[in-house]
Design a protein around this ligand. Structure first.
Ligand code: PEP
Ligand code: MN
Length: 263
């Protein structure tokens, strides 16, 4: 993950026709989870109209409680395919289990490795072999070295299209959900040539903090943002309080992209 660093090179690669890394800022947006056809397609259309780079949505959800909604699974993947056919936006969705790798790769342009699976080495190797690009989210208490080594499991199998994501780490501070470690961005850029993105939604756990954290991420040199957006956050099945409202998204993306352009 550091092989090109000395030459000052940064990874730039293509995902579904979009360039990622280097001077290309990626805005990955969409709901936490796929809930229904209507919820998903309304979201996808709005993300497309506002100019998002990719569309996110989980069909398999890593929930703290086994009694919480676990995602629509196969049906969720089918709906994501419909969103992709309709908008042309590349799809980012989470893979939790090696047994689902084929089904997920059929629709995913980017596989998301959730924070809780960052050190699931079997899963990482399998994603490496699949050749599908991946986003690895930093584990709840993972060091940057551990995050880079997780990426190495994918790279080792010959899959070079890996993005790293800072999504907040667990600290002693209980006033907000996680602590967004923005220093990780410039420091990871010293450690690796891979694109580094930031998830302000899961760090904050509340939508009012998301715009300013996104601007800060852009200012500190992030190569992109992954953010949650929902047509009706108050009724969302999961992560409602942190999801941006669809109607606020166009102004949000404009501001963040402007900040990224001057950074
Ligand atoms: C998500 O992106 O919806 C998610 C569960 O993220 P994380 O793995 O960072 O908690
Ligand atoms: Mn979520």
């Amino acid at each position: 993950a550091s092989s090109q660093i000395k030459a000052g090179e940064r990874s730039v690669f293509d995902i579904g026709g979009r360039k990622v890394g280097g001077d290309h800022f990626a805005m990955i947006a969409g709901p936490c989870t796929v809930e229904s056809r209507d919820q998903l397609l309304v979201s996808a259309d709005a993300m497309k109209a506002a100019g998002a780079t990719m569309f996110r949505g989980g069909a398999y959800k890593p929930r703290t409680s086994p009694y919480s909604f676990q995602g629509l699974g196969q049906e969720g993947l089918r709906l994501l395919q419909e969103a992709k056919d309709r908008t042309g936006l590349p799809i980012v969705t989470e893979l939790m289990d090696v047994r689902d790798v084929e089904a997920v790769c059929e629709v995913a342009d980017v596989i998301q490795v959730g924070a809780r699976n960052m050190q699931n080495y079997t899963l990482l190797s399998e994603i490496g072999r699949s050749g599908t690009p991946a986003i690895i989210k930093r584990g709840l208490s993972a060091t940057l070295e551990e995050l880079v080594m997780a990426a190495e499991y994918i790279l080792k199998e010959g899959n070079e299209k890996v993005l790293l994501c800072e999504r907040g780490i667990r600290t002693y501070e209980p006033a907000y959900r996680f602590t967004l470690d923005l220093m990780a961005v410039p420091v990871l850029k010293e450690m690796t040539h891979l694109p580094i993105i930031v998830d302000p939604s899961h760090a904050a756990g509340r939508r009012d903090l998301v715009p300013s954290l996104s601007l800060a991420a852009a200012a500190v040199g992030a190569d992109g943002i992954i953010v949650e957006v929902h047509p009706d956050p108050d009724e969302a099945i999961c992560d409602g309080p942190q999801q941006l409202r669809l109607e606020d998204f166009p102004a949000y993306i404009e501001q963040v992209e402007r900040a990224a352009a001057v950074a």
